[in-house]
Design a protein around this ligand. Sequence first.
Ligand code: ADP
Length: 171
Amino acid sequence: MKKAIYPGSFDPITNGHMDILERVAVIFDEVIIAIMVHRHKKPLFTIEERVEMIKTVTQHLPNVTVESSELLLADYCAKKGNPVVVRGLRAVSDFEHEFQMALINRKMNPEMDTMFLTASESNQYLSSSVIKEISMFGGSIHEFLPGAIHKEVEKRLHEIYLEVTNNGSSR
Ligand code: ADP
């Protein structure tokens, strides 16, 4: 059984993530999407919301499951028996960070290997943060998100925007 882990924040899952995921699901027998909890990052969507959204948009991919973890990725991988870690690469700017992460992860866990898939041309500019930024300023984001969740994400982002502007607080 060839097994892969696709880790990330998925806050929220975008068409860019889906592109990588659908290609990975063909290469591997089993793929775990791992929502990694970063202590330094403040997500907009809760873990439960992200898990639900991912379940909704991966219904057509029977070999894909979703989990979340607060562990270091190197430790999480070891716990899972060291499947291949898959990451998407957009532009050269992603490369440096990803290269560093792959090396440091291997230093911490020598059994861990990272595989990179290049983002499709049409998704090169796409990121969860760009989508959140556009939506919070009232722009349309439906073409960047899987059809099954775009309405829900738009609604939620609008609610969060109102919450933030009313409280004067930031999430
Ligand atoms: P992280 O905070 O760990 O980078 P993300 O959710 O932003 O988590 O990304 C998870 C993975 O998906 C990363 O490997 C990232 O490079 C990849 N990814 C994000 N957006 C795209 C995209 N538009 N096309 C291809 N891969 C992407």
